[in-house]
Design a protein around this ligand. Structure first.
Ligand code: MIC
Ligand code: SF4
Length: 644
């Protein structure tokens, strides 16, 4: 039996476990990336583990999220990351150099390597044939220290692509179609591999758009083969030597296959407030738009921007519409400037933003009240834009640009000839905003800058045999980490200040959550299915830890968040009978008995509901390592203990 692309990479990097779907495997990690909103914490954790120098073949720290410096906090964190990177052996991509995933694709992506990043869209690297996964900051810190990264061996899902995209239909529509078919939880437990004759019709940046937004499927990662197209892209980036061929064996076995004929796709959009609420643009109809935002790690490549520029050339953004453009990297921006396309964009009346995440994470550009905003991004969770009642639609750059001109959501096929963007033979290469780390000798003299915004970690959870606490919050299905720990320009500057951050926890679901926790001192959270989907932010576990949350009891969990809970020492438990979820009300008094002994060697635990006089069986499937982490009070304590 042959291997799939990812099975080949896993086999080469397997340190522990067997490649049996569902069982825990430990992988050697070649490379890591961090971004600033999760990076400050990750490097503090690296320090707390006593790691002086990273052991990976390459680690890069990017500044791309918290680039709005209103107050000292973000600037302090940038300086901390810059200095800690220099000292500890990490490359530093300065603010303005671009979004981590775009820059990684251009300058660092290598087929066949393993990459973990403290950002859920790290699978963008799958577009160039990397096994690239999002992880919590602590897991990334462990990998930087040379430790393995643990996942449950995923099942394999193949998306077989045939045909060719029609004019005005794009890679964004491909991933929106996959989301329509599979939903935001359809990828849980799988790696999504793209194959079939349609693959060769897609460029590397197009493939990266697809693997990027595969994060929204809940998949462990997504990956494309590394072929001639990959080689040409790397050559144009001056990195031909980094290429190697990587394809699935003819007789590779997939657990599931879905077929997509690219030629049948039409322009699509994800309606508010979930990336899988996908409909054809023509079905949604001609709605008036207030804002169009083009950029983000999903759609900010040179080709995306060139097509947008061609659409805007000689035209004018409609009155009442704000059009923002954030090129994904300095390379993209400088090439747009060089070839004149930037002038076409500016002339049409677009607002040019920095090469950074920007509006995607609510760092400015929030739409007006109830404003309709078409965005080329990957997430449209309620409130994420910074406007609680903002109505965000996820679309391709082509749909966004055409609609910005007409003022209405528009099927671009009614707009005339579709623009084409040719891959350049040579990209403009200038890495002067990437700082190399100091040599091990010089590192001794580098002083790390710790700004006043950096506050100590929350105390670890001391596991007790009995946990007696209230159901302090009950939430529904598909709760995102944006619900748990919102982002946005007012909150993100406190990513290294857990006590301050705790004031905002679950604000959208229950404005009294934080206060209630502080009053009670402890609690359980009750969740529905796919609890914790979305971002990799470990703050969605660290803040609940700080607020005294002992366990989260849900119908099911998203992969990265479940790992982050264990890493923080909070027990993720699932209902054996999902109907029991309905029997618990917020405020019920709950008790877990025999906690330590169950975690040691059990698979179930009984939850007593004192208020209702009922008992429910909860299940868990922890590996030996996870049991030890929970009993140690979290991954930090566990690692410190092991390194002693
Ligand atoms: C996101 O898109 O939600 C983020 C912001 O990039 C997060 C990371 C974070 O919260 O810092 C992610 O996707 O992991
Ligand atoms: Fe940045 Fe948005 Fe991409 Fe997250 S999804 S890395 S916030 S651009």
């Amino acid at each position: 039996m042959g291997y799939t692309i990812s099975q080949k990479i896993i086999k080469e990097h397997l340190v522990s476990g067997t490649m049996e779907p569902g069982s825990e495997i430990g992988l050697h990690i070649d490379r890591t990336l961090t971004q600033d909103a999760t990076g400050t914490m990750a490097y503090l954790e690296l320090e707390a583990m006593g790691i002086d120098r990273v052991k990976t073949e390459l680690s890069v720290a990017y500044i791309d999220h918290n680039t709005l410096q209103s107050g000292f906090m973000n600037a302090d964190d940038h300086r901390f990351i810059g200095t800690v990177a220099k000292k500890r052996g990490v490359y530093f991509s300065r603010p303005g150099n671009g979004i981590c995933h775009q820059v990684n694709l251009e300058r660092f992506g290598v087929p066949g390597k393993t990459l973990i990043g403290s950002d859920s869209h790290t699978p963008t690297g799958g577009g160039i044939g990397m096994l690239a996964m999002g992880a919590g900051g602590l897991d990334v810190a462990v990998a930087m220290g040379g430790g393995e990264y643990y996942i449950n061996m995923p099942k394999m899902l193949k998306v077989n692509l045939t045909g060719e995209l029609q004019p005005w239909v794009t890679a964004k529509d491909v991933i929106l179609e996959v989301l329509r078919i599979l939903s935001v939880k359809g990828g849980v437990g799988y790696i999504v591999e793209y194959g079939g004759p349609g693959v060769s019709t897609l460029t590397v940046p197009e493939r990266a758009t697809i693997t990027n937004m595969g994060a929204e499927l809940g998949a462990t990662t997504s990956i494309f083969p590394s072929d001639k197209t990959t080689k040409e892209f790397l050559k144009a980036q001056g990195r031909e030597d980094d290429w190697k061929e990587l394809v699935a064996d003819e007789d590779a076995v997939y657990d599931k296959t879905i077929e997509i004929d690219l030629s049948t796709l039409e322009p699509l959009a994800a309606k508010p407030h979930m990336p899988d609420r996908v409909e054809k643009v023509t079905e949604i109809g001609r709605i008036k738009v207030d804002q169009c935002c083009i950029g983000s790690c999903t759609n900010s490549s040179l080709a995306d921007m060139m097509k947008v520029a061609a659409i805007l050339k000689g035209r004018k953004v409609a009155p009442g519409v704000d059009l923002t453009i954030s090129p994904g990297s300095k390379q993209v921006l400088s090439m747009l400037a060089e070839n004149g396309a930037l002038t076409d964009i500016i002339d049409a009346g677009a607002r040019i933003l920095e090469s950074a995440c920007g509006p995607c994470i609510g760092m400015g550009q929030s739409p007006k009240s109830k404003g309709i905003s078409l965005r080329t991004f990957n997430r449209n969770f309620e409130g994420r834009s910074g406007t609680a009642d903002g109505q965000i639609y996820l679309v391709s750059p082509e749909v966004a640009a055409v609609s910005a001109i007409t003022g209405y959501l528009t099927d671009p096929r009614t707009f005339g000839k579709a623009p084409k963007a040719k891959m350049p033979k040579h990209f403009h290469i200038n890495d002067n905003m990437i700082e190399a780390p100091a040599s091990p000798e010089d590192a001794k003299d580098v002083e790390i800058y710790y700004g006043p915004n950096i506050k100590p970690f929350p105390d670890s959870n001391v596991m007790t045999e009995t946990i007696d606490a209230k159901a302090i919050l009950k939430v529904g299905d598909n709760i995102t980490t944006d619900h748990i720990m919102p982002a946005g320009s007012a909150i993100l500057p406190y990513r290294s200040n857990i006590p301050k951050l705790s004031e905002f926890c679950f604000r959208q679901c229950d404005p009294n959550f934080s206060e209630n926790c502080k009053k009670e001192g402890k609690g359980f959270i009750i969740g529905g299915s796919n609890y914790g989907q979305g971002s990799s932010r470990e703050h969605a576990a660290l803040v609940p830890l700080y607020l005294g949350i002992k366990a989260v009891i849900a119908k099911s969990f998203a992969r990265i968040h479940a790992a982050n809970l264990v890493n923080a020492g909070i027990i993720p438990l699932t209902f054996q009978n999902p109907d029991d979820y309905d029997k618990i009300d917020q405020g019920d008094e709950l008790v877990l008995n025999d906690v330590i002994s169950s975690i040691k060697d059990g698979e179930t635990i009984v939850l007593t509901n004192k208020t209702k006089g009922e008992e429910y069986t909860l299940s868990f499937k922890f590996s030996e390592r996870q049991r030890e982490i929970l009993l140690a009070g979290g991954l930090l304590d566990y690692t410190r203990e092991k390194n002693k």
